[in-house]
Design a protein around this ligand. Sequence first.
Ligand SMILES: [Zn+2]
Length: 278
Amino acid sequence: VPELPEVETIRRDLEREVAGLTIERVDATGVRTLRRTGAFEPFVREVEGYRLTVADRRGKYLLLRLETGRVVVVHLGMSGQLLYAAPGTPLGPHTHVVWHFGGGPELRFVDPRTFGEVFVSTPSQPGGVPDELAHLGADPFDATLTPATLATGLAGRRTKLKPLLLDQRFVAGIGNMYADEILWAARLGPDRPAAGTSRREASRLHGAIRETLTAAVAHRGSSLADEQYRDLYGEVGRYQARHNAYGREGRPCPRCGSPIRRLKAYGRSTFFCPRCQR
Ligand SMILES: [Zn+2]
């Protein structure tokens, strides 16, 4: 499941490859993918013929800004991929939207499980976040997320640290895999009550969020055994080789040597070191 580092990797690729290009034509065929728009025709009309100015991101959402002020919002869901393809390359199965950039490359949205979606929105503030995403909390790289604001946010919460990190209204972009890596880096147990976090621990958690996500972006995200996550060029990420806790049940903790433990709750697995994460 793509999380912030995977989406940010794709954003940077999009910024390099398609920002500044005019969308000459759009082929939209995915009914589920365009469920928020409800019909192809209005979607196509909003997009065709306009220049894509900037590739932005908010949490796990990609924001492709158009010269009209409209924004094409892309969420990859469980299995979505945005792929850059030479024109004429045969379309793979589950291709739901294709953006054509005048004889040059094509951008293709491929999504076998169709949990992802694409829609057009108009932010009430130019360059702002679309209203549909107003519920999202701070992006981990926003300047507004500081050790102090994080400490304040944690203080009032009855929930535990891991579910809070997964709550997109609290902080946007972290999913199951990076929550485990972040808590390992911060040496904090996933079941710790958020409200019991000291200032010092909140500061450590803040550092772990930034450092873990930055390192994961530097290694172009994580592709797990299913290799579902691909970057714009169809390549897998490299950060999975650097995971310290996630997916490492029974293997020694890289910090203290104790076996990493796996807990199952709410249909998800949590991996952590019972010795050095408190
Ligand atoms: Zn350990």
